[in-house]
Structure formats: C-alpha cells, structure tokens
Design a protein around this ligand. Structure first.
Ligand SMILES: O=C(O)CCC(=O)C(=O)O
Ligand SMILES: [Fe+2]
Length: 345
C-alpha cells in the first residue's frame, strides 16, 4: 500500500528578509499549491519565533486547566458576550454533539465593549494567573504579524498585482482575530461525539500550535468521487465506502512548525481554488492534550468576495472553475452566524 500523503512543510523565512526574491517566489508557489491541494500545510516558524515561547505558553495553558473548576467558571463565557472566556468540558458543540474539550477563548479587544452584544464583550482572564494575559496578548501580536506576512505571500501565489494586494491588505489589517487555548482529556471509548467534531474553520488562516501528542488531529482529503461534494451534513461519506470517497490523514505535530489551514474566507476569495478543509480531533491517548489555535481573520467589516486574480486563473483553465457559486459576505455577519451555531456546520 502506498504511504499516506503527508502535508507539505513551508518555511516563511524568505519573507522575513528583503534580499531573497527567488526564495519569496518559491514560498508563494508552495503556498498556492498547498492551499489548492490540501487547504492545510505545516509552517516552519523557527526563523520568526523561538521554539521555547509556544512551549511555555502551552505549559501556562495546561496550568490554567488544572485550576479548580470553580475558579475557571468565574470567567465563564456566559458572564460576558457568550464568546469570550472559559468554556467548560463539553460546552462546545459540533454538529449537535458535545466536544470532549474545555477551552479559554479571547478575541481582538473592541473599543466600545458591550457584554449584551454577541462577540462585543471583554476578554476574561483568571485572577490567580495574571501572567496569562500578558503572555498570550504578546503572542497574538506575533501571530498578527505572521498573518500579514502570510497574506502577502499568498497574494503573490495567487498572482495578485501590488495594487490588488493593497486592497486585500485593507480587509485584514485590523484582523478580528480569535485565540483559543484548548484542553483535551482522553476521549472515553463510549463517547457519543469527538474530542472536536469535524468542522471547517470559518475565517482566513489558522496557526495551530499543539503539544507533542500524536494521533489526535485529522484532516480530511476528499477522494475522486467526493472531490466536488460539500461535506457539511455530517461526517463525510468516506468511512466504510472504500476507494474514491476520500480519507482522513493524521496531522501530527512537527517541532518548530504550526499546522496551518485556510478558512472559509479564503475559499471565497479564491473562488473555491483554496479549500477550507474539514478536520477533527480524536484524542484517545491517556494524556491531557493542549492545543493553541490562533485564528487570523479579516476585519470585522471586511466585504469578502471572489478576487479577480482567482477568476483570471479559472478563465485560463476552465477545469478549475468552481462547482458552486461563492456569494459575497461581510465577515462580521458571517462570524456572528457561525458563533451562534457553535460549529453546527
Ligand atoms: O486542537 C486541534 O488540534 C484543532 C482545533 C481546531 O480545529 C479548532 O479549534 O478549530
Ligand atoms: Fe479547526
């Protein structure tokens, strides 16, 4: 049997200097290919970030989850806008089933917080661990910078002109980012659900740092028969259906790399060239797994619609035409819809 395909590793280093145009062109091409083929890739971050930093953050996250439940519940997301704060074990639902994880979510702060408005409250932090806010807010600054760098590299990969990139940049330069720290106890053998059920990320780019646990995160690769089908209505049809329907590949952590993926906004911008790929977590090992996704998203008021550069590619090669029409969305409205559904799609 052929070895299962594994995701490509892309090193962003040429975009951190100004004197490597050939390297930049190569990275942009690699991004284009990875986003077209998988919607997922590993991003080597070692030229930008010291390996120890996310490890320390992950330890802090783990220490937070070890606090007594009453203390964690003091910052429950129900105190605020329903989105910012602590979600207890199984509070998050995907496709109507409880996910076997707990989490601490925080978002871009807003200048006029109002806890009665969905998403518009204030971030909440545990009083007994003041270092959490400082450390994680520092991390989000780095992740925003990385997001902008990657967006620029992807604009080149899609064949955008400098003018077109400037317009796209203005849609993401005040990213309404989200960060989650997720804690996964082992999934019981008889659980009716997953550690995190199959879903697509809804925004722009996800940078996931996860601890060294293996065999947890899985990424769906559609087969020939399922390539044009949308798998929104439950789990994909691959299981038990043999050849052609696609399969799940494991995306184990690689030291010094994020697992990166494109969300639904990139699928719209690219008019379906880049796939917002289904993924899920099944964590059955005996340890407590910690992961920390940073979601680099468009601005709240960004108007997202297929980009001319994607349409040019599809005009040249009609085989790349999308199998469905991509309607424009305003990111904030789209996000509100998704958050209120709590991963129901
Ligand atoms: O924990 C993971 O590996 C993935 C989490 C995830 O997919 C998400 O929060 O969107
Ligand atoms: Fe996800």
């Amino acid at each position: 049997m052929a070895a299962p395909p594994s995701l490509p590793i892309i090193n962003i280093a040429p975009y951190l200097t100004t004197d490597d145009p050939a390297g930049r062109a190569r990275v942009s091409q690699e991004l284009h290919e990875a986003c077209s083929k998988y919607g997922f890739f590993y991003l080597d971050f070692t030229s930008l970030i010291d390996l120890k930093e996310p490890e320390d953050l992950s330890d802090l996250g783990r220490a937070f989850f070890q606090l007594p439940e009453e203390e964690k519940l003091e910052i429950s997301l129900s105190n605020q806008d329903g989105a910012r704060g602590y979600a207890r074990l199984k509070e998050n639902m995907t496709m109507g089933k409880a996910d076997n994880h707990e989490g601490l979510d925080f978002y871009r702060p807003v200048s006029d917080p109002d806890e009665t408005k969905p998403l518009w409250g204030e971030n909440q932090w545990p009083t007994s661990m003041p270092q959490l806010e400082t450390a994680f807010m520092g991390w989000t600054e780095k992740m925003k910078r990385l997001g902008m760098i990657l967006m620029e590299a992807m604009s080149v990969g899609l064949g955008m002109t400098r003018e077109e990139w400037k317009k796209l940049r203005a849609q993401v330069d005040e990213s309404f980012w989200v960060m989650r720290i997720i804690g996964y106890p082992p999934l019981p053998g008889d659980a009716d659900g997953y550690s995190c059920g199959a879903h697509r990320d809804y925004g722009c780019l996800t940078f996931l740092y996860a601890d060294e646990t293996r065999n947890a995160l899985q990424v769906f690769q559609p087969g020939k028969r399922s390539a044009n089908k949308r798998h929104l209505d439950g789990l994909p049809a691959e299981e038990g259906e043999g050849e052609g329907e696609g399969h799940w590949i494991v995306a184990d952590p690689i030291p010094g790399c994020f697992v990166c993926n494109v969300g639904e906004m990139w699928e719209i911008w690219s008019n379906g060239l880049y796939k917002s790929t289904l993924h899920r977590v099944i964590h059955r090992s005996s340890n407590y797994r910690v992961s920390m996704p940073f979601f680099f998203e468009p601005n709240f008021d960004a108007h997202v619609k297929p980009l001319a550069a994607a349409l040019r590619i599809q005009e040249k090669d009609p085989q790349l035409a999308p199998s469905k029409a991509y309607d424009p969305v305003t990111y904030g409205d789209f996000l509100l819809g998704r958050v209120s559904n709590n991963f129901s799609m």
